[in-house]
Design a protein around this ligand. Sequence first.
Ligand code: KG4
Ligand code: ZN
Length: 350
Amino acid sequence: MIVLGIETSCDETAVGLVDDTGRVLGQGLWSQIAAHRPYGGVVPEIAARAHGDHIGACLDEAFRESGLDRGDVDGVAATCGPGLIGGVMVGAVMGKALAAGLGVPFVAVNHLEAHALTVRLLEAVTFPYLVLLVSGGHCQLLIVRGVGHYRLLGTTLDDAAGECLDKGAAMLGLPYPGGPALEQAAKGGNPHAFDLPRPLKGRSDCAFSFSGLKTALRQRVEALTVHGPLSNAVLADLAASLQEAVADVVADRVAQALRMVRDDPNESSLTALVAAGGVASNATLRARLAALASTWGLPFKTSPPALCTDNGIMVAWAGLERLRLGLTSPLSTPARPRWPLESLAVESGN
Ligand code: KG4
Ligand code: ZN
């Protein structure tokens, strides 16, 4: 079975082709970073137009790389939410048109489900597993019980982890997107140089909060720049301290989720701790999570950075997981700015 996936929910125009052995057959990816950089963040109108302009070339690239013909595809999957609605509509309509034209099933993919299932493309991670989904727009802890079956243990009360890193990086004068730039800048810095807060650390639920951390960093930077710009050494210390604070609270919240699952008689034992989403590419966070998982006797699983950040392959894979269970979507499926993962089981009736 070969499935085509289309991703246009944020600032990546992406197409992927995968088969049911998890082999990536081809992909096309157009990053809009340069278009949004002058504004320091994603501008929805620019994103939607850019998706429309580049989706055709991404499709051509994926097919060229794979050597396949359009007619070899057994199903078309597209992200139908959550995300920036103008962009989501571009990918959803392209996916529906392709499916209709080729006479193959259409699969509406939830972007968060695609992140949560990506790890299974790489290896046979069995259900149930705990997913930490950390990206620019989302910060959640989920139990993945099966395709379409998710329990949300906690989410952020304000910003996502990636947003905190992106905004923090901007305060330090680093280019957009801030996460990777901050990781670079933190190299050689002292992660304990600045005592930044750890919001919600130790709380008995699995919620996250990052706005206080952002404010604390802003106050530090303002105080340090009264008499001139930051030196490279201080910048590295600030970047490392912010990265450390984020890794610290995220690891604390994951540990809390592991305790909650262990103490809940209705939950089965987890098979793994999985990290997904763009921020999961961060090496400091990965190391922290791997150490945590090992103290719990759990394998830690994640994907290479190119599969953590948004891509078309994860959408194709989620589509394939759904298709092989017979789960398809009508062409009337709407594009949605918001689409909670927990609603999927009810919608698909599985
Ligand atoms: O999953 P993703 O590509 O898009 C969303 O669905 O939001 O995640 C993008 C986020 C951005 O906030 C970006 O700064 C962050 O992931 N990110 C990183 C790294 N690479 C990407 N954050 C920290 N370290 C990285 N290496
Ligand atoms: Zn994403």
